[in-house]
Design a binder for this molecule. Structure first.
Ligand code: GRF
Length: 203
């Protein structure tokens, strides 16, 4: 199975996916990595790993629709089983999302439905939450609102900074994402009627 991985930044989730493919625990290949930002460090990680890497800079497009059309065209050249959002910091149009229905997954740094959107770690701290975490979910047109596949929790400690909490969450992300992608690549996990279904059981 082929994955396309979309990034905007550091690419630590991308790196985890590459590492699990290389050590044989994730049975997939990465057709390409696409970044909307030319300076994304994840592009270097892709090149280092010998993976095709593209920058599709959103500044080169007049609007969200034309950007997403170009993105969809590029992705379709690889005919991927799954399109993996791994720190891709752009809102996608409903047309784009619907054209990849059931194939598009995202990792979001909160225990959804809590804290959709940005600054999730600071918001969890400000709210006095005792636990926080990460969710992997299928993407639907509703931002961070698609069916959750799996979550992993971490404790929030007294006096945590957003950075400290983020790094605790990201450690979980790197384990969780490759694990879930294996379910998709092996055909065990799918989205059916807006629900995540693993081995015919609703999650
Ligand atoms: C992660 O925290 C992810 O949950 C969020 O953006 C961050 C991306 O990190 N969507 P990286 O680029 O994979 O290092």
């Amino acid at each position: 199975p082929t994955l396309c991985v979309l990034i905007s930044g550091n690419g630590s989730n991308l790196q985890a996916i590459i590492d699990r493919i290389n050590d044989g625990t994730l049975h997939a290949r990465i057709g390409c990595v696409i970044s909307n930002r030319p300076d994304a460090y994840g592009l270097e990680r892709a090149k280092e790993a010998g993976i095709e890497a593209h920058c599709l800079d959103h500044h080169d497009y007049a609007d969200r629709e034309s950007y997403d059309e170009a993105l969809a065209r590029l992705i379709s050249q690889y005919d991927p089983q799954c399109v993996v959002l791994a720190g891709f910091m752009r809102i996608l149009t409903a047309d784009f999302v619907n054209s990849l229905r059931g194939k598009l997954v995202n990792i979001h740094p909160s225990l959804l439905p809590k804290y959709k959107g940005l600054n999730t770690h600071q918001r969890a701290i400000d709210n006095g939450d005792k636990e926080h975490g990460v969710s992997v979910h299928f993407v639907t047109p509703e931002l961070d609102g698609g069916p959750v596949i799996i979550q992993s929790k971490v404790p929030v400690f007294e006096g945590d900074t957003a950075e400290e909490l983020a790094s605790r969450v990201q450690e979980q992300e790197r384990q969780l994402y490759p694990y879930v992608l294996n379910w998709i690549c092996s055909g065990r996990l799918a989205m059916k009627e807006n629900k995540a279904v693993l081995d015919d059981e609703e999650l």
